[in-house]
Ligand binder design. Sequence first.
Ligand code: FAD
Length: 496
Amino acid sequence: MNSTQPATKPHVVIAGGGTAGWMTAAALARKLGPLVRITLVESSDIPTIGVGEATIPPLRVFHQLLGINEAEFMRATSATFKLGIEFADFGQLNQRYIHSFGQTGQSSWLAEFIHFWREGLDRGIATDYGSYCLELEAAKANKFYTSAQNAPLNYAYHLDAGAYATFLKHISVQAGVNHVVDTIEQVTLNDAGHIDALQLRQTGNLHGDLFVDCTGFRARLLGESLDVGYEDWSHWLFCDRALAVQTELTPPLKPYTIASAHSAGWRWEIPLKHRMGNGFVYSSQYLDETTAHDTFTALLRNTPLQDVRSLQFTTGRRLKAWHKNCVAIGLSSGFVEPMESTSIHLIVMGITRLMQLFPYSGDYQHLQDEYNAQTQIELERIRDFIVLHYHVTQRDDSAFWRACKDMVIPDSLSERIELFKEHGHAFQKANELFRVDSWSQVMLGQGLLPKNWHPAAKMMSDEQLAGALKKGQMEISQRVAQLPDHEAFVAQYCGQ
Ligand code: FAD
């Protein structure tokens, strides 16, 4: 492509066949099919990372865009529904809260619901903040419902990562993607420093116009060949190791992920239809691998179905996600750690942005600059949200948690914390994934209670305020009582 008008359809070469590679292939093929030629190359010798099984609601939009049938997708990936994440022992030991995908209470144009709730709390007439959120109450009751006509709940999925890649592979190949199984041994650059071809072990040179690096943490193209550096965030996100294992399922089938903090990190439990995904994320600075392994296996609630796998990572971001004629999507572009299940979402955003800013013709430097600027701000805002879970804690029972509490956090985050602590305000910024509800639920859940709040709430009488709070809550409990059990609904919706 090299900044000149292409004579023929641009050839897009996707390197890597993990979640990122196949999501990119499926989306480009289904949405830009007639405009581009697509080849995906993946190695049979280099495994995919094999984790990444909890998602967030915008994945549904991605599936709608691709015309994916929900029940078919869920059957193929043994998926369950997800309404949020339960965080245990983060703010303090023996305390838990759910960060749900729902909206909490009714806000007014003048002030968010939290201001009215805070006033109600002060007057002793408000209950737990989460009790005003439908998704959160449904999650606690293990209930779920959706239908094509009526989707009252905001939800995402837990899915089998390997099966998801296979599902997308079928869609991609059917839509015309050329699938090559081979290993990239060298990357050839032209005089302008653009990628000219990938040298494959068995099939020779694979030429292309645009290369999408989906080779995982290794970033074989953008990192190793084009030498684009990596900004390390491990001074804010200390965890750099994970252990993962699948176990038998422990009933009941919960419609939420469980994240439980431990002395040097946290562990996840992700319920799929046929098994549980378990992981143990920790900081090697504060915990050695043997202790981590023993602690993790002792905490498993059910029989392992495989050996425990060990993973390493460095949180941070690739300094440019798009450089020359190569765009990194997936782990090759950065990693904020899996606490809020944001990586697959970032893949969706990378793909969407690439399709919107696709370099069909002309000098594409401006497209590239815009792509990189949007990617950076989006990732930094997610990073701040994750750092919040570690930093705002009352825990001082281990060196890890004391270090989290004492660390110097990004200014962008400390400003938000102060605004919330002093005045109860949380705002969703431009290009930001997490909404006011998410920020409020997590800040309260971690133990941050606003000292002041909007006086609009103070103008209400006890009767008015109690009535408004109670009304919303009663509607929620009536709705939850009518919802079917999550496990029964999954079985009925997807078929046995
Ligand atoms: P990979 O899965 O590593 O795929 C890389 C591909 O590149 C493979 O096909 C490989 O064969 C190929 N490849 C590499 N080198 C070569 C070569 N030389 N030649 C040819 N092919 C090559 N995300 C979420 O959204 N939710 C979660 O719950 C979640 N949990 C996670 C937990 C942990 C501990 C970690 C580390 C990550 C988690 N993620 C999660 C992130 C998620 O796993 C990834 O975003 C997702 O799997 C995409 O990975 P990928 O496709 O970028 O890389």
